[in-house]
Ligand binder design. Sequence first.
Ligand code: ADP
Ligand code: MG
Length: 243
Amino acid sequence: MTELMKVVNLHKAFGENQVLNGIDTIIQNGEVVVVIGPSGSGKSTFLRCLNLLEVPTAGSIIFEGIDLTDPKIDIFKVRENLGMVFQSFNLFPHKTVMENICLAPIKSGLKTEAKAKENGMRLLQQVGLEDKAEAYPNSLSGGQKQRIAIARALAMEPDVMLFDEPTSALDPEMIGDVLKVMKDLAQEGMTMVIVTHEMGFAKEVGDRVLFMDEGKIVEEGTPTALFDSPKHPCTIDFLSKVL
Ligand code: ADP
Ligand code: MG
């Protein structure tokens, strides 16, 4: 395995509020890392720091050999290689599904319009929504919107996909379709960092689980180790409430 991302002593504060208190981890190419932990423990902030949606207060993030905290880097260029999927989809409401998917690859110069559309159709097939190319986001269910959001992120051909509670806003009957798309992606070798409360998915698809509490990784391990024999009192307490 080769290293894709190295996080060293990552800190983030919002004013007086110290949210991340020294995160260290290495994410390997092709690895599926699941992040769990109580609400407010800093999971979203951690994920958002990885693509500089939040600027760290200290520490470094080395992604493909480049330190993202170096003020000289072109973050827009780097961010093209980090796909992000949010709980709330964030699709452009006044654009069709295909326009949503093609916008970034065309604008950035990654693809011509024709190539972007061709690739867009392939991505729609991948997420099982090839009949929705001309639909507008408002006509779609939550689960469909989220699968489009995943296709849109994939359209930039990122080297890692970051997911922040991608199924938390969905009705229960729609969660499975989204998790299936994510599972297929994992099996194709995509590197993924996923914040989720779907413990079954974490067990089945995760290579490694990080348990966060108060802005730190307090325990990590394989899903089997972490779920079946947690060691830290905070992990034990958290899992007793969610499993
Ligand atoms: P989690 O995703 O684990 O629930 P978050 O990373 O969203 O945790 O939040 C951790 C803490 O950081 C919370 O106390 C939250 O209020 C604070 N926080 C997150 N984002 C911001 C922000 N943009 N401005 C100020 N405080 C924030
Ligand atoms: Mg969160």
